[in-house]
Design a protein around this ligand. Structure first.
Ligand SMILES: Cc1ncc(COP(=O)(O)O)c(C=O)c1O
Length: 395
């Protein structure tokens, strides 16, 4: 065992410094809580960045991993694996789409979708993405990103990508035409600051698709699998996407991503067009099945919807009490953003000192992503601590 300070030093010595890591050492998790090596308990309202939907130590997920590991941990994608097929069937059922390709991550799912779009529409057509969008860190996904700071050192990126202002209907109507192959959209932007698409904006996208025939790709990596109180964020809107990309929660904490295609795009790829050694790992798929069964068949998703409404109402009341500190409260289900007047990294530190883990995105947006199993008591504890911090007037 490496001693705590020594561990921090060694982290700096041996790992590329791409993360500003939080200087605590987590030893274990249980339900909605994480415990550090000194026994301090944290309510985890970040959920491993929306991965740990069922919290820590979920018995059914652990059992599924155990059972599948004893059968086989890995199987080449040249062979049929039952957990993969079963999970694909569930994803098709809950998305209302048609077929699945499994990857290891969200960014790989986005890459797969880009290849599919390129094959379906050819090399000349353009792709529309939006300001503040986040689709991942690999080259294709990064090219779609609306965040300059992630892209600035890495040009040249993919050509033929048009960046438009999120929710700007006029600009979209001007730019959409028969030269567009696809529109990538997060119906609720995560990394960009929990920004909700407006219903008018998404119905305009839908109408323009009818006219010009492009594909709508919904990036549900963060917002999918019950996080918003419905299976996918697009279920809150009047639009059925052509392709969905998912990841994070779908592997129960193991690396797994997926593209889910509607009928029109399910026969674009043929054998050899795309592949992955590890994509759709059977243990990850078995864990994912246990996750989906609980979220959608044990009523968790409905509970998220109810408690999410309660959480939002209470946060809005806090905003009313502290309008000089809180600019806005927004979100759906358990995907909530609190826009602060000041940058929020200090606020995140204060929460941590008081036993709550939460995140800050886009400089001043407190991003709250509780495990989907969180209770009203957990939410009330968060609200009590938030009130305490706001009253101290130190942020
Ligand atoms: C909306 C969205 N798309 C894509 C990604 C990339 O996923 P991954 O980190 O699994 O590659 C993320 C990651 O946070 C995301 O939030």
């Amino acid at each position: 065992m490496i001693e705590h300070n020594n561990l921090l030093n060694k982290e700096a010595e041996y790992l590329l410094q791409t993360y500003k890591r939080i200087p605590i050492e987590i030893e274990r998790g249980e339900g909605v809580y994480l415990f550090d090596k000194y026994g301090k308990k944290y309510l985890d309202f970040f959920s491993g960045l929306a991965v740990n939907a069922l919290g820590y130590g979920n018995e059914k997920v652990i059992r599924a991993i155990e059972v599948q590991s004893k059968k086989y941990i890995h199987l080449s994608n040249y062979y049929i694996s039952s957990p993969q097929v079963e999970l694909a069937e569930k994803l098709v059922k809950y998305s209302g789409l048609s077929k699945v390709f499994f990857t290891n991550s969200g960014t790989e799912a986005v890459e797969a979708s880009l290849k599919l779009i390129r094959k379906a529409f050819g090399p000349e057509k353009k792709i529309i993405t939006f300001s503040e969008a986040f689709h991942g860190r690999t080259y294709g996904a990064l090219s779609l990103s609306g965040k300059e700071k992630y892209k600035k050192y890495f040009a040249p990126l993919l050509p033929n990508i048009i960046q438009l202002k999120f929710n700007d209907i006029d600009e979209l109507e001007q730019m959409a035409d028969e030269n567009i192959a696809a529109i990538y959209i997060e119906f609720i932007q995560g990394e960009g600051g929990i920004n909700l698409a407006s219903k008018e904006f998404t119905s305009t996208i839908s109408k323009l698709r009818e006219k010009f025939g492009f594909a709508i790709i919904s990036d549900e990596v963060q917002s999918g699998i019950g996080r918003t109180g419905k299976a996918f964020a697009y279920n809150h809107f009047d639009v059925v996407p052509d392709i969905v990309v998912a990841a994070k929660a779908i592997g129960g904490g193991l690396p797994l991503g997926a593209i889910i295609t509607g009928k029109k795009y399910s026969d674009i790829f043929s054998a050899g067009d795309h592949g992955s050694t590890f994509g759709g790992n059977p243990v990850a798929c078995a864990a994912g099945l246990a996750v989906l069964n609980q979220i959608f068949e044990d009523g968790i998703c409905d509970e998220v919807s109810k408690l999410g409404d309660y959480f939002l109402v209470e946060l809005k009341l806090l905003q009313k009490k502290f309008p000089q500190i809180i600019l806005d409260v927004r979100g759906v289900g358990f995907m909530i953003g609190v826009e602060m007047v000041n940058p929020c990294s200090n606020l995140v530190d204060r929460f941590r000192e008081k036993g709550i883990l939460v995140n800050c995105t886009n400089e001043n947006i407190l991003r709250i992503l509780p495990p989907l199993i969180s209770t009203k008591e957990n939410i009330d504890f968060f609200l009590k601590i938030f009130y305490e911090i706001l009253s101290e007037n130190t942020i």
